[in-house]
Design a protein around this ligand. Sequence first.
Ligand code: HDE
Length: 689
Amino acid sequence: MKDIDLSKGGANHQKAKGTDDTMTTAQGVAVADDQNWLKAGARGPGLLEDQIAREKIFHFDHERIPERVVHARGYGVHGHFELKEAIPELSRAAIFNETGVKTPTFTRFSTVAGNKGSPDLARDVRGFATKFYTKEGNWDLVGNNIPVFFIQDAIKFPDLVHAAKPAPDRGFPQAQTAHDNFWDFISLSPEAMHMVMWIMSDRAIPRSFRFMEGFGVHTFRLLNAKGESHYVKFHWKPKQGLQSVIWNEALKINGSDPDFHRRDMWDAIDAGDFPKWDLGIQVFDDNFADQFEFDILDATKIIPEEQVPVRIIGTLTLDANVDNFFAETEQVAFCTQNVVPGIDFTNDPLLQGRNFSYLDTQLKRLGGPNFTHIPINAPRCPVRHYQQDGHMAMTNPKGRVNYEPNSWDHGEGPRENPQAGFTSFAEKVDGVKQRVRSEMFADHYSQARQFYISQTAVEQTHMANALTFELSKVERADIRTRMVGHLLNIDDGLAQEVADGLGLAELPPRIEAAREPLNDLPASDALSILKNGPGSFKGRKLGIYIAEGGDADMVDALKEAAKAAGGMVEIIAPHIAGAKLSNGQVVAADQKIDGGASVLYDAVALVMGKAAAENFAKDKPSIDFVNDAFAHAKFIAYAPDVRPLLSGAGVADRMDDGFVELTGKNMTGSFIDKCGELRFWQRDAVKQD
Ligand code: HDE
């Protein structure tokens, strides 16, 4: 048979040059041919004997582990935590006492409802879980970007998650709550109403993981060296400021770049723009707990920052992307039960259930009890015990002894240490064994209302729109009206707006509240995103749409101004090869116009020659680019020659102060300054009929 050279036509079967680059099997045996299964003749059947091919296929077949039952879609990054202020009076944990020490961390951000491959901009809670590899063992702070939760007792979690996830018969909808089952469950669970306000707010569609807060949610305890306890709530405050997108934008981002959040994080870290969060603590005692309006064990309630200020004690910096997504992000195993001496649990019934669930889930996902041997989960401090064996054991002890007490190791093996060891708070507990919830948990509306009245008018409008959108996807009218009945306990105006949005002829009856809501809780500025924006363009992205004949100096000036403000720039052009500008130079593009939708940028600039602008005035992707930027209240800078495109997009006679005409290079600085406000909200607030 003729020997055909397969390397022709692109096939590149490069041969090893020496032993170092020789491919081997998993058993270390050198591979001679990685292209062809062993066959009986060139056109004959494959032979079962081919141990090399079978090993390769066998391993491939087992590449997947079960995805997380919730929070499947996630993105992990390495970093470190540095304590700024020691708190020995509150906690004996080393991580809270050694200032200046950099404790390594791994943080995984996630959505909750969607599968592993679902889009990043689903309306959803975001997980914010951090593993601190402290010198006293691993501490996992497994929180969310919303400080409250849907339910009060862990026994309801499977119902909540079943209702939110795809219906069991049809297997959809994916990664969204806009469907009957979710709102059916919610409308029958008044305890969810506070959380509902948060997920219907723009908190559930963050612009980036970098621009959102994090919360430990539950009340935990801090224990000092004397064993004294203080209650604590943990907060992550992003140094980057808060920012979210608009719902219509989220829908389009999911199509334009379903990996928007993970790409954003990867790019920022890759560019050396390391995101940082301050760790804050709200600390209080039994006296406060006794006089607080709600039960501090109830995870559907916050403690307003005005009542207990957040004290900043340290900073988390995320500074390294993973080397391998599977090994790190997929295999990381967070457990709420992972605490170190000096941190302890409370009787929050949600936290208590979680302490069971996470360990159990890791056993299923990682296949055995030795998941702490996987590098991403392994503590970075000495580990000494007599646990042994099991699937994939990597660190079995040497020698004869595997129990204690024993007479073999002369007292040198691992032994308990009452001083250094973990001790629980000596809380007095007594009670009647029963399935109940504390009566104090029964107020479901007061803080929902407090959240709503703390928002700006723009944010309130977004909430009403979100509720209307979601409930309009609900087929059953009784579920829709039941939800409006709940809203009447929160805010009459909101209920009316949603009822109007749904086209209800009249308001339904108010749902009877288990406990009369308090209508006088004051507004809290900390609850609004817009009141906590960054005031700068740092870490944000400008999209410059260029085309033939555009002013080259202007493009450079825009780039410089954005970079000077700490922002990033992408060039969009009619072709990926770029566009020839006024100086005859071709500037390469990062995106072709139909792949670089304006939803991917925080602000946009348009720089092209007149002929090009006239040409693209009829081009659908170009029109969408302008229209979306306009509709999403973005700041838009344009060279005077670009007016024909603005006319073609129908915005030329609707230009407002969110537009900046680039009449000279000096305009670029003031444009980027404006962009620091992130959006021109006056445009968004205009109600369209
Ligand atoms: Fe989770 N949750 N959860 N959860 N959760 C999981 O653990 C669970 C809850 C949170 O990036 C699972 O490893 C129960 C609240 C995050 O890997 C599972 C209850 C909060 C992550 C589980 C809750 C969270 C999870 C699935 C009700 C915010 C992702 C995979 C009592 C404070 C961690 C896994 C990561 C993951 C159970 C409620 C946050 C099944 C039973 C409240 C950030 O164990």
